[in-house]
Design a protein around this ligand. Structure first.
Ligand SMILES: Nc1ncnc2c1ncn2[C@@H]1O[C@H](COP(=O)(O)OP(=O)(O)OP(=O)(O)O)[C@@H](O)[C@H]1O
Length: 253
């Protein structure tokens, strides 16, 4: 199988510290994502979602187990190589956009390529193509504080794709958006997934956002509790997600 991400027995234990007890935030998690998958990670607060995303993206290290992205074991990369790998092979979309206010939208998108000394002509054509794709070409010269949340998130999505990464990690991408912008962004992530065959892994609390995914992995207490694959339409998938969340919360049946 053409795996983009492979996770084997991933475990993270936060050591006891100043009276706080040891926490097993991830407990032997294993799953794989093939090219072009769009996976949602859901689970109650404290279930280990952020810990998982931090380890997958090389921000934190695991206690044991392995993460392999595009054939490369993340933990085996030295600091410099890891920084380069993260910049070139992983795209990030964050809840709070993480754009630089001193740069225009176009410059924000171009930044990873500028840092990699890509030829200016190539930068221009790639950035212009992505700005067209995300419908923000007409505001290329504006600064982040002059545009809407939805437009900022489109810019962040374009920046995430500009290096043609192996995977895109999205952390609560709809968290700071109104419902219209949220559905816009989810349509856009779907388009990225379907037209550019991007492999996307998204952490979200939002059942509506999750209903756009093709597969959802539910985590509870650091372990995979259940996985579901979308078969029919989005509405049916949304209902299924709500049902699982309600069972996980232990709501009265
Ligand atoms: N740096 C840390 N030191 C100690 N314990 C931590 C640390 N970070 C997270 N934890 C604990 O690990 C567990 C998993 O936390 P994590 O933040 O990954 O959960 P989450 O699913 O992302 O939660 P939320 O949905 O609230 O963001 C929790 O019990 C949390 O308290």
């Amino acid at each position: 199988m053409d795996d983009m991400i492979q996770i084997d027995n991933l475990t993270k234990v936060y050591r006891a510290f100043k009276g706080a007890k040891e926490v097993r935030a991830l407990d032997q998690i294993s799953f794989a994502a093939s090219r072009g998958e769009f996976i949602g990670i859901m689970g109650p607060s404290g279930s280990g979602k952020t810990t998982l995303l931090n380890i997958l993206s090389g921000v934190d290290t695991s206690t044991s187990g392995e993460v392999i992205i595009e054939g490369q074991s993340i933990a085996r990369l030295k600091k410099d190589k890891l920084a380069l790998f993260r910049r070139q092979r992983i795209g990030y979309i964050f809840q709070d956009f993480n754009l630089l206010d001193s740069l225009t939208l176009k410059e924000n998108i171009a930044l990873p390529l500028i840092l990699d000394h890509v030829a200016p002509q190539q930068i221009n054509s790639r950035v212009d193509e992505l700005m067209q794709f995300f419908g923000i070409a007409d505001i290329a010269g504006k600064y982040p504080y002059h545009v809407s949340g939805g437009q900022k998130q489109r810019t962040a999505a374009a920046r995430a794709l500009v290096t043609e990464p192996a995977v895109v990690f999205a952390d609560e991408p709809t968290g700071n958006l109104d419902s219209k912008s949220a559905s816009d962004i989810m349509d856009m992530l779907t388009e990225m997934n379907e037209r550019k065959n991007s492999t996307i892994l998204m952490v979200t609390h939002d059942a509506f956002a999750a209903s756009y995914c093709k597969r959802i992995i539910f985590i509870k207490d650091g372990q995979i509790s259940v996985q579901i694959q979308r078969a029919g339409d989005r509405k049916a998938f949304f209902d299924k997600i709500l049902e699982i969340l309600s069972v996980m919360r232990g709501d009265a049946q």
